[in-house]
Design a protein around this ligand. Structure first.
Ligand code: FAD
Length: 390
């Protein structure tokens, strides 16, 4: 009997799961609520652990056409005057240590590249899931328009407000973190030279920070700022803000940074939500993947990376044990929960470190920055290979 696998959600995680399952010889169907597959404009960093899996999927050359190789590397700067607190040249270091480089990419490009490995007949758009019955056999998905679908395996890749997570782990609302994120793009032609370099630059200061790097083969510059949310609680990739609101967050910061913000298009803004790690992801033939399983603050730039890793491990577990999917899913969660929990935890801690007010603790942090080598210290993140972890 052919295993009927339903994936809920056609974001980076859901499509990566479909692509890896397809590569493993298992067919599946992705149900996505939106009427078109698209990622709203924003960039992300694809560290060596992401690049490794894109290569394995056979999409690396395509990815490279749209991405930017971060040769200049990572740079931390002080908020007030741009003093470089630490910098790391990545020209050869990533490849020497981990066999792959670090890249930046527009989310829409990454989604398209992954999607190219999913047969189009496996994707059903305009399917908003309204409920799941995980106790029957087969499992049953109910859609908002009244349609139902039966499946032997249900993969909840439906993001932080996951319906499947609600059914598996209870529907407690995600907690409000007190932080919000602004993101904006600007044409590279309008950006100052320092922002066009192939570097991820993090300006850190009291209570907030701003990251920028080029995306889209260098044609655009992506800005992401994390700042206090105040009373703002809207969690949406599309909620608009004004440049004035973003500028107000960075009043008094280095004039080069505020000039960069001024050159950007109107930003989007959304509240960062929080969910504690789960100790179980699966129930019978149903499981979770990506942000549905382990939403994390963006301080390590690993949310999408972890969703892609989940996808690789899940496909391998199901391919090795297709006659006992619930056993396969237990193997999957045993392999993935410790690592993603650790990333959720360190991402939490990092907000306190990056946002210290000026004072003795901040001075100790800045001194420590100079002696740190994040590329080596985070080897457990970048060196991971899911094929040797199952
Ligand atoms: P989502 O992208 O949320 O996709 C879920 C999909 O499910 C959506 O398409 C949605 O429409 C669909 N869906 C939801 N509900 C239903 C339903 N009921 N029925 C049908 N479909 C449904 N990660 C990195 O790796 N590197 C970075 O540099 C990085 N930077 C980030 C910066 C910021 C500011 C933020 C907020 C995140 C960042 N991330 C980064 C994290 C990354 O964006 C997420 O972890 C990743 O997008 C999660 O993918 P996902 O597929 O699990 O969920």
């Amino acid at each position: 009997m052919t295993l009927r696998i339903a994936i809920l959600g056609g974001g980076i995680g859901g499509l990566a799961a479909a692509a890896f399952l397809h590569r493993a010889g298992l067919s599946c169907t992705v149900y996505e609520q939106a009427s078109a597959l698209t990622e709203i404009g924003a960039g992300l960093v694809a560290a060596p652990n992401t690049a490794r899996l894109l290569r394995r999927l056979g999409v690396f050359e395509q990815f490279r056409e749209h991405a930017v190789r971060l040769d200049v590397g990572w740079e931390f700067r002080r908020w007030q005057d741009g003093t470089v607190l630490s910098s790391e040249d990545l020209t050869t270091a990533c490849e020497r240590l981990y066999g792959e480089h670090t890249w930046t990419v527009h989310r829409a490009d990454l989604l398209n590249v992954i999607r190219s490995r999913v047969p189009s007949e496996s994707i059903r758009l305009g399917h908003r899931c309204a409920g799941v019955d995980l106790d029957g056999s087969p499992l049953r998905l109910r859609f908002a328009d009244g349609r139902t679908v039966e499946a032997d395996v249900v993969i909840g890749a439906d993001g932080i407000h996951s319906v499947v997570r609600g059914a598996l782990a209870g529907s407690a609302a995600a907690a409000y973190s007190g932080m919000c994120s602004f993101r904006a793009l600007l044409p590279a032609a309008k950006a100052p030279a320092f922002a066009r370099r192939p570097a991820q630059t993090l300006w850190i200061g009291p209570g907030r920070h701003l990251v920028h790097y080029p995306v889209s083969a260098g044609r655009l510059i992506n800005l992401v700022a994390i700042a206090p949310a105040g009373g703002y609680t809207v969690e949406s990739w599309t909620a608009a803000a004004t440049l004035e609101e973003l500028l107000a967050e960075f009043g008094g910061w280095d004039a080069r940074l505020t000039a960069l913000i001024r050159a950007a298009d109107a930003p989007a803004r959304w509240a960062l939500l929080d969910r504690p790690p789960l100790t179980r992801w699966s129930h019978g033939g149903a499981t979770l993947l990506g942000d549905a399983a382990h939403p994390m603050f963006p301080f390590y730039g690993q949310g999408a990376a972890q969703a892609i890793e989940d996808a690789a491990v899940l496909a391998r577990c199901l391919a090795e044990n297709p006659h006992n999917p619930s056993q396969a899913l237990l193997g999957y969660e045993r392999s993935r929960i410790p690592r993603t929990t650790m990333l959720q935890q360190v991402s939490h801690t990092r907000s306190g470190v990056n946002h210290l007010p000026d004072g003795p603790e901040q001075q100790r942090r800045d001194q420590a920055f100079a002696g740190q080598d994040p590329l080596v210290a985070n080897g457990w993140i970048y060196g991971y290979d899911p094929d040797s972890d199952v």
